[in-house]
Write a new protein. Structure first.
Length: 146
């Protein structure tokens, strides 16, 4: 753990070392100090914390991670963190569209599934989610209507 904290780029790996769960809060505080020492910008701070968050998911429960990182500043402003969140929101929106569409129109064809999954603009997905209430088929939903 000490070796990982000493080098800048390996700090996010520290929680994966030989660390007891009750030592994690203290380790997170040490990581925070160390990250602030080595980071060149606020975005670097966010990137390092985002990496730590993702890596901790390999070993710890999501609830514990959220509790431990609740006080960490700058992570949510990180471009990397925002990209991860946005991808998750897009994936969720795809799932909602397919679920609601199955209930209203029946099972989608592979072409429809691929068409929905290919939409990566969150605003367009939001419009499709609203529009599903006003159309009567998959084709009408995915057509060039506003």
């Amino acid at each position: 753990m000490e070796t990982l904290l000493a080098a800048g780029g390996t700090i996010p790996l520290a929680p994966l070392g030989n660390v007891a769960e009750n030592e994690l809060p203290g380790l997170i505080q040490r990581m925070d100090r160390r990250i602030r020492e080595v980071a060149r910008s606020r975005d670097d701070v966010g990137i390092l914390w985002t990496a730590a968050d993702v890596l901790m998911g390999l070993r710890y429960d999501r609830g514990l991670i959220e509790h431990l990182l609740a006080g960490v500043q700058d992570m949510e402003q990180s471009v990397t963190y925002q990209a991860i969140v946005e991808k998750g929101m897009i994936r969720d929106r795809h799932d909602v569209l397919l679920q609601q569409g199955r209930k209203k129109f029946g099972p989608p064809s592979e072409v429809v599934v691929m068409a929905i999954r290919s939409v990566i603009d969150f605003e367009r997905l939001s419009r499709l989610t609203e529009r599903i209430l006003d159309v009567s088929s998959w084709q009408e939903l995915l057509g060039d209507h506003p």
